[in-house]
Design a protein around this ligand. Sequence first.
Ligand code: A3P
Length: 296
Amino acid sequence: AGVDDRDRVEYHMYKGVPLPSHLDPKDMDDIQDFTVRDDDVFIITYPKSGTAWLQRIVSLLHFGGDVSKTDRKEQDELVPYFEQKVGDSAAFRKLTEVPSPRMMKSHLHFSHAPVQLTQGKGKVIYVARNPKDLAVSYYHFHFMCSTLKTPTSWEQFLQEFVNGEVSRGAWHDHVLGWWKHQDLPNVLFLRYEDLQKNTRKQVEKVAEFLQWPVTPEVIDKVVEESKFQKMATNPNTNKVSGKEAKAGIFDSSKGTFLRKGVAGDWKSHFNDEQSKWFDTFYQEKLGPTGLHFDFQ
Ligand code: A3P
């Protein structure tokens, strides 16, 4: 979608949240009834929080760090996009045939997730990222993803992001919805910035949470193979030639999915005024909740 196509991209409202148009509201209710297995693994995020990174970490842990096994398939086939299948009843039914443990990624709000998951069945790894870096990442992603409205400017995008007028709605609603339930025994709440600072420690946390037996050597391998540079040069993880590119959803001439992979890139986009306004807004939303982020 170019800037001229902006108005042709539509979001569907579902329970007050704008969703990409391929997620039809009439199908979304089905998700709530989805039968969860005890050993299901759902990686849940607001977009651009490190979803693909966790997909890589979880699949590597599953295969004991053996890339000859993880790289037999594109990452998004190994760890499919859960709600993307909902409109396609055959594909959704197929999920019931996937052998355990099913590994899936999702961007669902807590209130839209399978009810069983929110009641403690299955496992949720939620990843949150500081909203400044996230907004920058999401801004760039809007140029390359055809189901999102191409921004007319950074200023305009930022305003829409804060207003929750972007696909998946208000970031703070998403993150707080899950944060409030972070003490559920089946929820592990992680931060992108912690993954950056000490990947190994976070990978160990994930393995322990999933109760998958691993050796220190496996952890080493997972840390190594999930590095940004490795993922950026691997056709199974970099999304340059993958399923979404083939379907015309991702346009690699307009951006790269594995863009920078750093913390603190917000400083090259926010001016002082934007930064102060943004901080005030989110301080009000997050301050009382105890959820903090490292902005570097
Ligand atoms: P940037 O746009 O800031 O580079 P998601 O998978 O949720 O869409 O998130 C994408 C963001 O995570 C992108 O951020 C991407 O570069 C970053 N990312 C993906 N894999 C990563 C890795 N192995 N290490 C660090 N960042 C990674």
